[in-house]
Design a protein around this ligand. Structure first.
Ligand code: AGP
Length: 604
């Protein structure tokens, strides 16, 4: 959802900015641009297209100067073309700005500025920022105070970086409800939408609060409030390293991230004690709401199934964008759990702000992100940076965190679940490693079905949310229409869509008679599979059942029979991720950068 960078330092500014903004390409790849201050003048290079393509044309990294700003765009206002690309400048090109977010009152501001003679070049909401800054400078404010006055006129979300040719030593930045982090290095200082932009240079960061003015200089960073008072900010050290944000020999980040999952599970399990501590203060909770979007919603939905089966806590799951219709029943005995990889999703962030009457818990991957600052408690999923736009390893880490949470919530109520869960979850890395070594089978299936136009994913009970996630992954990165359904629901309407051109992926985990989760789903699922088979659909069966009824399937992928229903959501999603990945590859697409999407959705 757009990425911004700013840098002042002793490094070669063009190449530092180019390298940094490239690390944020997952946030938007409609257009890219860099503006620097060179010998008292703004030098601007920008165009629409992916970073490498634009660089071939206009050599972004060669731009000269001593400081600068850069931007990758995910278009909201105005088509992706050169004029709408950032940075935007004022009329005489003395000020340049980059912006991530949406200026909600831009039309009113624009009309006002036009009436005063300011001339707009682009269709973007962002351009008003450059002209507003000029207006306040013309009114007699210095650059820093102009930034302060300017943000007082803005409604909406923003992370802004700005440079001005009469202010040759500083990049200024400010945020409101959009991500922005400051990086402090020996070679200079950074602002960026996300840490990977400057991990090569430093792990030392400051997380500014909303509406704090950041003054980036070569040798120091000053943070002020809107009254001009200098603030004492906490410097934190990030655990990530540069390698974590690189492909490390894989063709795509998505494939690397799928393969990292056994280690991610081990890492996420390290949060056991923290989760146990959080739960020890939740004894009086009688109702839980999960709130999330997309893949995170599917992890949350798995949590609802677990809580409903293994505790007596009534649980609901609500899309973040729909949450405002469900706030009347919140009270101090309600736990509202916000699940978000980025911790910056605008819909989820606005939902957490509406839920303060309840107790709030965030399950988030990104340290210091906005949602973590709003929550009473935070569980960090510890998956490391995820660069591929399609969530994979962070989904698994959310699931493991949720399983642990349910485990501790059920400890007193259902001791058997607690012990079984802990012992099963510890075996998950081995199960995933085994099926990753069976990747060729998935490749074969992906190749066979790459031209199929329609997919259904079926599962019942705990594995139903995994069916939704399998369908979402396929839609996102292959552009094939796919739907996830509870297996038993298909006959209530969607069965009418089934014919020989449709592929149906059936998820049928093993039932384990010794397991407390023995809900007898397998037989029912297989019966539902027969219903679609007799309507001529192509069946791809994923199962861990050793005596499965396999004669009627077109393709079969089997897993360790120890993977029973209880633990199946954390394991079965991996072959589904691989299936989508390889179909995307066989279709000649880029799974890391699906069309129209961006990693972090910071607009409502
Ligand atoms: C996942 O593959 C998607 N890119 C998307 O659905 C994502 O899960 C959703 O936008 C929520 O993001 P969050 O977890 O960062 O809040």
């Amino acid at each position: 959802m757009c990425g911004i960078v700013g840098y002042v330092g002793i490094g070669k500014v063009g190449s530092v900015l180019f390298d940094s903004v490239k690390k944020l390409e997952y946030r938007g790849y409609d257009s890219v641009g860099i503006a620097t201050l060179s010998e008292g003048k703004i030098e601007l290079r920008k165009d629409n297209g992916k970073i490498d393509d634009v660089d071939k044309k206009i050599h972004l990294g060669d731009v000269k100067g001593n400081l600068g700003i850069a931007h990758v765009r995910w278009a909201t206002h105005g088509r992706p073309n050169k004029i709408n690309s950032h940075p935007h400048t004022n009329n005489d090109d003395t000020i340049a700005i980059v912006h991530n977010g949406i200026i909600e009152n831009y039309e009113e501001l624009k009309t006002n500025l036009i009436s005063k003679g300011y001339i707009f070049k682009s269709e973007t909401d962002s351009e008003v920022i450059a002209h507003l800054l000029e207006k306040f400078i013309n009114d007699g404010f210095d650059f820093q105070d102009s930034m302060i006055e300017m943000v007082k006129s803005l409604d909406g979300s923003y992370a802004i970086g700005a440079i001005y040719n009469n202010n040759p030593d500083e990049v200024l930045a400010i945020k409101n409800e959009s991500p922005l982090v400051v990086g402090l290095s020996e070679d200079g200082n950074f602002i960026a939408s996300d840490v990977p932009a400057f991990l090569k240079h430093t792990k030392k960061v400051i997380f500014p609060q909303d509406k704090e003015l950041i003054i980036l200089k070569k040798d120091k960073v000053i943070v002020k409030d809107l009254n001009g008072k200098i603030l004492d900010k906490n410097i934190q050290t990030i655990e990530w390293n540069e390698k974590m944000a690189q492909k490390e020999g894989y063709n795509h980040f998505m494939l690397k991230e799928i393969n990292q999952q056994p280690n991610v599970v081990v890492n996420t399990l390290k949060a056991k004690k923290d989760i146990e501590n959080i739960v020890s203060n939740l004894n009086d909770i009688n109702k839980i709401y999960f709130v999330a979007c997309g893949t995170s919603y599917h992890a949350a939905l798995t949590g609802k199934y677990l809580l409903e089966v293994f505790t007596n806590i009534k649980t609901d799951v609500i899309y973040s964008s729909e949450f405002k219709y469900f706030t009347n029943t919140l009270d101090e005995n309600t736990l509202t759990i916000f699940v978000s990889q980025s911790g910056e999703t605008a819909d989820t962030l606005s939902a957490i702000k509406m839920s303060k009457v309840s107790r709030t818990l965030a399950i988030v991957n990104i340290l210091g992100s906005s949602i973590t600052r709003e929550a009473d408690n935070v569980i960090y999923t510890k998956a490391g940076p995820e660069i591929g736009v399609a969530a994979t390893k962070t989904y698994l880490s959310q699931l493991v965190s949720i399983y642990l949470l349910v485990t501790y919530l059920s400890k007193n109520k259902n001791n058997k679940f607690y012990h079984e869960m802990i012992s099963q979850i510890e075996k998950v890395p081995r199960y995933i490693n085994d099926l990753l070594s069976d990747e060729d089978k998935i490749k074969e299936i992906a190749h066979k079905y790459k031209d199929t136009k329609e997919f259904f994913f079926l599962g019942r009970g705990f594995i139903y949310p995994t069916a939704l996630e399998g369908a979402l992954k396929l839609k996102e990165i292959t552009y094939i229409h796919a739907e996830g359904y509870p297996s038993g629901e298909l006959k209530h309407g969607p069965l009418a869509l089934i014919d020989e051109n449709v592929a149906v992926v059936v998820l049928a985990p093993n039932e384990n008679s010794k397991s407390i989760s023995n809900l007898d789903s397998y037989k029912d699922t297989i019966n539902n599979m027969e219903e679609v088979k007799s309507r001529a659909a192509k069946i791809i069966l994923l199962t861990s059942h050793e005596n499965g009824k396999y004669n009627n399937v077109d393709d079969l992928f089997t897993m360790d029979n120890q993977v029973d229903e209880l633990i199946s959501p954390i394991v079965y999603v991996v072959p589904l991720q691989l299936l989508s990945y390889y179909i995307s590859i066989y279709k000649g697409l880029d799974p890391d950068k699906p069309r129209n999407l961006a990693k972090c959705v910071t607009v409502k």
